[in-house]
Design a protein around this ligand. Sequence first.
Ligand code: GLN
Length: 484
Amino acid sequence: MHNKTLAELSAGIKSGEFSSEELTLSYIQRIQKLDGQLNSFITVTEKLALQQARAADKRIAAGQADALTGVPLAHKDIFCTDGVRTSCGSKMLDNFIAPYDASVVSRFKQAGMVTLGKTNMDEFAMGSSNETSFYGAVKNPWDLDTVPGGSSGGSAAAVAARLVPAATGTDTGGSIRQPAALTGITGLKPTYGRVSRYGMIAFASSLDQAGPMTRTAEDAALMLNVMAGFDERDSTSMDRAVPDYTAELNQDLKGLKIGLPKEYFGEGLDAGVAKAVEAAIEEYKKLGAEVVEISLPNTGLSVPTYYVVAPAECSSNLSRFDGVRFGYRCEDPKDLEDLYKRSRGEGFGDEVKRRILVGAYALSAGYYDAYYLKAQKLRRLISDDFTKAFEQVDVIMGPTSPSVAFKRGERSDDPVSMYLSDIFTIAANLAGLPGMSVPAGFAGKLPVGLQIIGNYFEESRLLNVAHQYQQVTDWHTRAPEEFK
Ligand code: GLN
C-alpha cells in the first residue's frame, strides 16, 4: 500500500479495496517500525488519526467524499494544530499545544484527510540540513549518514521513505525544494500569497510560503487544490480564483520555452548534479520544448540579500517568544529582565540566536539604510531579472541545489557554506515566484532535483511541465532500498 501515490490511494479507498482506517493503521505501523532510523516525526498523532480515519470512512460511505477524503498526510511542525503540540523544532515551543488550526491544516481537515502527525524540521525553519532541530537531526533515507536537507527535512524524509504518502512543508528560502531534491521527491513552493500563512509560525513573513511535498506532480496538484485560496486572516493572501490544478497536467509541451540561466550552471555546481540536470533538459527537448539561454545577472546577490531580509524579519517575528505569553520560561527568574533574557537564552538554539542578532543589527537605527534598505533595493533588482526573463520564456530550469545530500556535521560549523545550499532557490522567494523541485536522476546513489521556476500564479503550468516529465521518466518512483 505504501508505494501508492495519493491519486492511487484515493482510488483504492473509493473502490473499497481498503478503508481509510486500514490504510491509516498501516502507515502508523510503518512509522513505528521505521522512523527510529530517520527521526522524521516529532509527534505521531495515532489516536487522532484513527478517529479521523473512521470519520472519513463514514463520510465515504455516505457518498460525501472529496478527492482526498480518508487519505493520510503529515504536517511540518510549523503549522498550528488544535490540541496537538506545535514545536517548530524548538525547545522554546516544546510545551506549546496550539489552541487552533492553521488555515492549511483546517483545509485538509475539511477535505477529510487524516493527520498522522507532525514532522521534524530545523528550529524555526532556519537551516538547510535539519541539524538545528531541538529534537535531533533527521536522516536521509537514501544514506543515513547524510542530511535530508532543510528546513522541511522531516516531511521530505518521511515522504521519501514512504512513511506518509504526502506532507506539508514551508519554503522561505528553499525549504520545500531543497529537501525535496536531496531526498528524491517532488516539492512545490507556490506563488507568495497563494496559500494562507495564518497559523503557520512566522519566520520571514514576506518570504514564507506553504506548499505540498509529494512523490509525484499529480499528487502535488491534488494537494494544492486543497491548500490554495484566499484567507481573510492572512493580509497578504491573494483574492484570486483557484483553478483545478489537475486540469492542465496532460497538456503537451510542444513549443514550451525553457530558459536556462547561465548563472545556474557555473562554478560551484557539482558535476554529477549538472549531468543529471542536463539529461533532464534533453528529455524536455524530446517532449517538444525549446531551450533558450537566459541571464539572471543578479543571482549572486540573492544569498547576501536574503541573509539581511530574512534575519531582519525573524528578529521581529521572534520577539513574541518572551517567556511570558507562551512557550518556554526559565526557572526562578530574579526579575522581568532576567525572565526575558534567560527564557530566550535557554529556549533558542545557536542558529536562531545568530539570525536574531544579525537581524536586530541590520534593523538598528544606525545601520538600517546600509543593510536593510539596501537589501530591499537588491530584492527589487533580483525580481526584475525574472520579470525580464519571463518576457522571453515560459519557465526557467536549473538545479535545485548545487550538490546532492551532504554528510551530517559537514557544514554545521560553517554557516556560510550551509547558506550557500540555497543559492538557486532563494531568488524565487525574494521575487515571490512559484518554484518546484522534481526528481531528475542520481549522482552516485543520491538523488538530484531539477528546479522549475514559473511566472506568478503559474502553478498549473509548473505542474504540467513536471507531470509530463514524470510520464517519460521513472526517477520519482525510485525508493531507497531499506524503505521499499
Ligand atoms: N535554508 C534557508 C535558511 O536557513 C531557508 C530556510 C527556509 O526556507 N525556511 O534560512
